[in-house]
Design a protein around this ligand. Structure first.
Ligand code: APR
Length: 341
């Protein structure tokens, strides 16, 4: 996955470069700045002394010294005032300048903290959105793996509104494994009109599929339907990329899947991807729920209402929100694995 949100201590990350949320003196401080200097040792401060400071929004690079990372990229985020004093532009520049420096030094992996979201007071959900937007734009044009490192889960949450919407959707749709089908289908049928698809259990889907086929006996596109039933996951993926007028690269980058995995899928028509990978492509292609279920079935999976991960994906598809990074933020907030490879 080219962009991952992980919970960790950035000083432990084994990557080519970690980014430090520094201040303009570059002579250390508290928060992540203090943690990085403590872990890197005295050599880091000695080199920082030679840099002559750093302007807000800019970035400078040093060695990593005793850190597992080869480099430290020091950038200075804006102090958040009220969001009306150019803070966002400066924060975007921190990510852009740091990524450019990492690229200049041939870094293949880079880890960012949530710049300015601590002492500098930038609201965390807005800080995360800026990070995701700038990094994902960069990754559309560049090959790199970028980590956004969240230090403490408590300090990080998606917006309250989105969180409560998803929690409500999970409550409405989540069923325990042991629920018997009869009771479940009665409950499902009691669902408000707003969630017609939620009534479509696997059995119903198969039944409707057969009905569809029967209804097509008269129609002349029965063999088209039969051809689609026979096609493999990767054949459907490539067909959908063409139908959507996308390039391969647009599709796998938007799915936050790396090029190597995509070429494996492309070259083997019987390739069976993982469920998160299959769903990442369905999101990238902006498939409807029925098409998503069809693509999943070809990979040997089904959306399940006893799985919060699936219900969160279904929530976003039903809202027509296909932004894989926003979906991953939500999955992260609900302690689910992220979409992508
Ligand atoms: N690993 C990853 N993230 C961390 C770590 C860590 N070890 N320690 C703190 N963080 C997170 C915080 O939870 C916060 O979300 O880094 C984010 C940035 O917080 P700060 O370190 O306070 O940085 P910032 O808000 O940009 O303020 C910079 O603080 O430390 C001083 O010298 C620094 O003056 C500068 C100011």
């Amino acid at each position: 996955m080219p962009l991952e949100i992980v919970r960790n201590d950035i000083t432990k990350m084994k990557v080519d470069a970690i980014v430090n949320a520094a201040n303009e003196s570059l002579l250390g401080g508290g928060g992540v700045d203090g943690a990085i200097h403590r872990a890197a040792g005295a050599g880091l401060l000695a080199e920082c002394r030679t840099l002559g400071g750093c302007q807000t929004g800019k970035a400078k690079i040093t060695d990593g010294y005793d850190l597992p990372a080869k480099y430290v990229i020091h950038t200075v985020g804006p102090i958040y005032n009220d969001g009306k004093h150019g803070e966002k532009v400066l924060l975007e520049s921190c990510y852009r300048e740091s990524l450019a420096l990492a690229k200049e030094h041939n870094c293949e992996t880079v880890a960012f903290p949530l710049i300015s979201s601590g002492v500098y007071g930038y609201p965390k959900d807005q800080a995360l959105k800026v990070a995701i937007d700038v990094i994902s734009d960069f990754l559309l044009e560049n090959e790199m793996t970028v980590y956004i490192v969240i230090f403490d889960k408590a300090a990080y949450k998606i917006s309250e509104k989105l969180f409560s919407d998803i929690a409500e959707y999970i409550d409405d749709n989540y069923v325990d494994e042991h629920t018997d089908y009869r009771r479940e289908s009665m409950r499902m049928n009691a669902l408000p009109q707003a969630a017609p698809h939620a009534r479509r259990k696997k059995a119903d889907v198969d039944f409707l599929e057969i009905c569809d086929c029967k209804a097509m006996v008269a129609g002349d596109d029965l063999d088209a339907k039969l051809r689609q039933i026979d096609e493999s996951f990767s054949q459907m993926l490539l067909r959908k990329i063409d139908e959507k007028g996308m390039t391969d690269a647009e599709c796998y980058k938007k799915a936050n899947i790396d090029r190597k995995l995509f070429s494996k899928i492309r070259s083997d028509i019987h390739y069976k991807p993982s469920k998160p990978t299959a769903l990442a492509f369905a999101i990238s292609l902006e498939l409807s729920l029925a098409e998503t279920e069809d693509m999943l079935r070809k990979a040997g999976f089904a959306l399940s209402h006893s799985n919060k991960f699936d219900i969160i994906i279904e929530y976003f598809i039903s809202k027509g929100n296909y932004n894989i990074f926003e979906i991953n933020e939500a999955l992260f907030a609900f302690d689910q694995s992220l979409l992508g490879a």
